[in-house]
Design a protein around this ligand. Structure first.
Ligand code: PLP
Length: 400
């Protein structure tokens, strides 16, 4: 098979995804034809309101929820903020001022809790085991009678590990606490059903499952009280003020419909598995990070011994292959991934790790191209840094 060197391959779907063609069509229709303010009484407004209502029904259907429980937001970060800050404030009169989250949450949760921790709340971060899982025993150990909220993500953005959310939520409820899950990385990839997860709040973001950027939703179980984080108009049943982003919301609704129509994730799973085994077999000194089975089907996170991940990312980009590192670049210094560090990995291994996340548009031809290109790129980088000798071909899936 002749493969073009100019083939561009996008393997960073956990960062963001391309918009599904049906989503683009739906948004265009709103932008050109239905520009009304959904709060206006006249027909322009009512037509926009009807479009928002349809989207609300579609998002609710994807989650097995009631449309009235959906609050549209400006994305996953805002949904997490509204859940954490909203519940924390609402439970002040009940004197519940303790908050718990896992140590591998996204910054949207971690930094929000840090801010609350500087005020009148006490925050406890839960450890994870070496495969990145929060154990129910870890939660049992720290939960208190004044715990207001427990927040544990459904699937992790860096390693894809799926958490035992229902088991953890049951523990929270036994102690009278509410449970929030950041499902930004699972909605559209897994069957997410709020009843079986048994949670009270759930955050999602459109751009992670082929919808537009800057729009998301928070599902709030009926009866759960929230103090709004933005005040103003009465939109979203007084839970999120501000004129609705109608094009974005309609795009989210269409993305939800497309996701619901998808039958499982077997195809993406076989591409990911081929990519993973191809890399492990052709590139010496590689290991899979995280749980090899309990994870979303589109993600693999692999460490490349004695290769600086950031350098590998750039070298792959020059080959037309887009991946990401687990590292966050903050104030000019590269910090090892807080997720891999929490799993007990050495800073060295955490800094040598690359996340490959697959999605819409990926093909087996692309995957074969990555497997063909990668060994040479890695070998070259190791040669340049003088670390190419001493590798055996044996790689493994074990953590450590
Ligand atoms: N939560 C998780 C797990 C994420 O992966 C992300 C995005 O990377 C977010 C929250 C934030 O979502 P948004 O980009 O919509 O603000």
């Amino acid at each position: 098979m002749v493969r073009s060197k100019s083939m561009r391959i996008y393997l960073d779907h956990n960062a963001t995804t391309p918009v599904d063609p049906a989503v683009a069509t739906a948004i265009t229709g709103i932008l050109t034809d239905q520009f009304g303010n959904a709060s206006s009484v006249h027909s322009y407004g009512q037509s926009a309101k009807a479009a928002v209502d349809d989207a609300r029904a579609a998002v609710a259907a994807l989650l097995g929820a009631n449309p009235k429980e959906i609050v549209f937001t400006g994305g996953g970060t805002e949904s997490d903020n509204l859940a954490l800050r909203g519940v924390a404030e609402a439970l002040v009169p009940a004197k519940r001022r303790h908050l718990i989250a896992s140590s591998i949450e996204h910054e949207a949760v971690l930094h929000t809790l840090k801010a609350l921790g500087k005020r009148d709340w006490t925050v406890t971060l839960l450890p994870v085991d070496e495969s990145g899982v929060v154990t129910p025993a870890a939660l049992e150990e720290v939960i208190r009678d004044d715990t207001a909220l427990v927040s544990v993500m459904h699937a992790n953005n860096e390693i894809g590990t799926i958490q035992p959310v229902a088991e953890l939520a049951a523990i929270a409820h036994r102690h009278g606490a509410l449970f929030h899950t950041d499902a930004v990385q699972s909605v559209g990839k897994l069957n997410v059903d709020v009843a079986s997860l048994d949670v009270d709040l759930l955050a999602l973001s459109a751009h992670k499952f082929n919808g537009p950027k800057g729009v998301g939703a928070l599902w709030v179980r009926r009866g759960v009280r929230l103090v709004p984080t933005a005040t103003g108009g009465r939109q979203e049943r007084n839970r999120r003020a501000g004129t609705e982003n109608v094009p974005g919301i309609v795009g989210l609704g269409m993305a939800a419909q497309v996701a619901r129509a998808k039958t499982g994730q077997t195809e993406i799973g076989s591409l990911r598995d081929r990519l993973e085994s191809g890399i492990l077999h052709t590139v010496p000194g590689t290991l899979v990070n995280g749980d090899p089975t309990q994870r979303v089907a589109n993600t693999t996170n692999i460490s490349f011994d004695r290769v600086e991940a950031e350098t590998l990312l750039i070298a792959l980009d020059l080959e037309g292959i887009a991946v990401s590192t687990g590292s966050a670049c903050s104030s000019g210094t590269l910090e090892p991934s807080h997720v891999l560090r929490a799993m007990g990995y050495s800073p060295h291994r955490a800094q040598n790790s690359i996340r490959f996340s697959l999605g819409l548009g990926n093909t087996m031809e692309q995957i074969e191209r990555v497997i063909e290109v990668l060994p040479g790129v890695v070998e070259k980088l190791r040669r340049i840094s003088g670390t190419s000798s001493g590798f055996s071909r044996a790689s493994s899936v074990a953590g450590g």
